[in-house]
Design a protein. Structure first.
Length: 591
């Protein structure tokens, strides 16, 4: 066999929308091989299942393949979904070397399908799409565990046509999501095209293809990533922190490099200082044959990557899912603790002075959420792992800017005492287990808020206005002066102050009339009668004078800095002319 001794088993994660068949697919990959009397060869790990290369090659029915492959098999993570995927992080990347995105061919794309693809794109993880539940296509004649093409060729023409139609809908949806794709047996370059494998996780049709394509991807893309040192110190990632009867808090770990032994000193990431502890026991699931034994787990002395194992050790209570686990020596324990602490803080502390608050269930999902928010240029004040606590709410309540009085929670709960405080506050909370939905919802809300705020602002703000007193249209000299005017730019409302072209305030608009009717505002182009309290025509103001609405300094600032974009061309021109007058005397006016 051509297995290279220094290449470890690639780690595979299954992702996709709920109910599209992730669990069934994993069961099928495990179960069908068990059913064929090869149970002994499949290794059940903690949190993962290993399918050795021999079994895969046998299933694919072509022994020549054996010489083509260089990896010892495939290690499937048992917990499906992007939650597990993001937990499985390693130094900002993903621990999963490969992924399967499963789509119900009868339903097509769903929110978590898109989410899975976005995550994979970001992590640059090679993946294959499986179009599941082909057995549900009307008229399908199931061919148990057959390779796809064998089964496809046995179907009636109209059934084939229906499969093709549904299949190409998925191709279209993938294209919209930014991926070129084709049926797996037609893909010649997996670098440029995503392979889609039609399967039935129920009948096993297409499963041999899934295993083959995964091996192909490993072969093509991963050789450089899979080198490891079997004799080196163990390195892994915490998949889950779990309470076990009789053992206390344990951690389920995927070890991806080196060896881990009972009695080893390890460092584990936590929310505070990393935990330094000693492995009390290494546990693996008990084989089915020994099911009568009392303990669920069986102790082993040592494990070598890639493998899933449960670690029992003192002081694991504050261990953090998604954080690193490393075997250390007395010489490097402090240096490695610092490294792990920095790595975790990098995710949590890389935040802005002002912004929203986010919480996520694991360090990996937090990292994914932070990245997506940064991409959208949404500032983050604080990012941390854990449920929403009372303290979070108190902190956010103290923020003044309503746009940042916001908490976004991914896969977390609001703790009971925080719930009440949250309800009584004006904090806006967004909770979901779909990252892009959180971001979309927040952005929609923020946009709406911004529009509202702008509307409110513009309704109260004195807008620019310029008008000219028309010749021979003085209806009354003073108290108030009533003159015919033409609005040259912007808008003139009642109760605004009026200034001359040299910046002197001369009076206040008391009333506006259009064809004998009172109106509250006159817009550009209109000719109206205007009553001005203050000046006398012929003294402070004259016919044919140009006059301006006097904009208070604070309003002028808002107009220029905040809502400039929303002003019309004539309003802008009028504002600029007005500012020029004001700044003639004082260049810093309204700056
Ligand atoms: P998950 O939520 O993605 O893990 O989905 P499950 O594996 O739990 O599957 C959801 C439902 O779809 C279950 O009732 C499965 O029996 C069913 N299912 C999964 N795969 C197939 C398939 O290939 N064909 C059919 N007919 N049903 C399937």
């Amino acid at each position: 066999m051509a297995v290279k001794q220094d290449l470890r088993t690639p780690i595979v994660s299954v992702m996709g929308h709920v109910d599209h068949g992730k669990t069934t697919l994993l069961d099928r990959i495990r179960g069908s091989t068990v059913a064929e009397g090869e149970a002994g060869a499949i290794t059940q790990h903690i949190g993962a299942t290993e399918v050795p290369i021999d079994i895969i090659v046998n299933k694919c029915g072509n022994p020549d393949l054996r010489n083509k492959f260089i990896v010892p098999g495939l290690l499937f993570i048992d917990t499906p979904g992007h939650h597990a995927f993001t937990s499985l992080r390693s130094r900002g990347g993903s621990l999963a070397d490969l992924a399967i995105v499963i789509i119900d061919i009868n339903e097509g794309f769903m929110p978590q399908t898109i989410e899975s693809l976005q995550i994979l794109k970001r992590f640059k993880t090679p993946f294959v799409v499986v179009a599941n539940k082909i057995d549900r296509i009307h008229g399908w004649e199931a061919q148990k565990n057959a390779p796809f093409i064998v089964s496809y060729n046995k179907q009636a023409d109209n059934v084939k046509a229906e499969l093709d139609r549904k299949f190409y809908e998925i191709v279209g949806e993938l294209y919209e999501a930014g991926f070129n794709s084709e049926r797996h047996d037609r893909v010649s370059d997996f670098q440029r095209n995503i392979g889609i494998i039609p399967i039935s996780a129920m009948t096993g049709e297409g499963i041999p293809d899934v295993l083959m394509v995964l091996l192909g991807l490993a072969q093509r893309f991963l050789e450089g990533n899979l080198h490891y040192n079997a004799n080196g110190p163990g390195v892994g990632t915490v998949l889950e922190v779990k309470e076990e009867k009789g053992l206390g808090t344990t951690i389920d770990v995927i070890l991806y490099d080196g060896t881990l032994k009972k009695g080893d000193m390890i460092v584990v990431g936590s929310l505070g200082k990393p935990i330094q502890t000693k492995v009390r026991a290494l546990l693996k699931p008990r084989p089915l044959s020994e099911i009568k034994a009392e303990e669920k787990f069986k102790q082993v002395q040592s494990v070598t990557a890639a493998i899933g194992v449960k670690i029992s050790a003192p002081n694991l209570d504050s261990a953090l899912a998604g954080s690193p686990v490393r075997v250390v020596t007395p010489e490097n324990i402090d240096a490695i603790s610092d490294e792990i602490q920095n790595e975790i803080e990098d995710v949590q502390i890389d935040t802005d002075a002002m912004g929203i608050t986010i919480k996520a269930d694991t360090i990996g999902s937090l990292e994914a959420l932070v990245n997506e928010l940064k991409k959208e240029e949404i500032p983050i004040r604080k990012a941390s792992v854990g449920d929403v606590s009372q303290r979070d709410i108190v902190e956010i309540a103290a923020i003044e800017d309503p746009f940042y009085k916001v908490i976004i929670g991914f896969n977390v709960k609001v703790l009971p005492d925080a719930k009440e405080k949250l309800q009584d506050s004006d904090i806006r909370s967004f909770m979901s287990d779909i990252i892009y939905r959180l971001i979309d919802d927040y952005e929609d809300w923020a946009k709406e808020q911004k529009e509202l705020a702008e509307k409110e602002m513009t309704e109260h703000i004195v807008k620019p206005g310029r008008f000219q007193i028309l010749p021979n249209c003085t209806f009354r000299q003073s108290k108030p002066a009533v003159v015919g005017v033409k609005i040259i730019g912007g808008v003139v409302k009642t109760n605004v102050d009026v200034t001359t072209e040299d910046g002197t305030v001369v009076g206040k608009v008391k009333g506006l009339q259009l064809s004998g009717e009172n109106i509250s505002k006159a817009r550009v182009g209109m000719e109206v009668a205007l009553a001005l309290e203050g000046p006398t025509v012929g003294r402070q103001i004259k016919e044919e004078d140009f006059l301006f609405v006097n904009i208070p300094e604070r309003h002028a600032k808002t107009l220029e800095n905040e809502i400039y974009d929303t002003l019309t061309a004539d309003e802008l021109e009028t504002l600029d002319a007005f500012l020029e007058i004001k700044r003639r005397g004082n260049p810093f006016w309204a700056k």
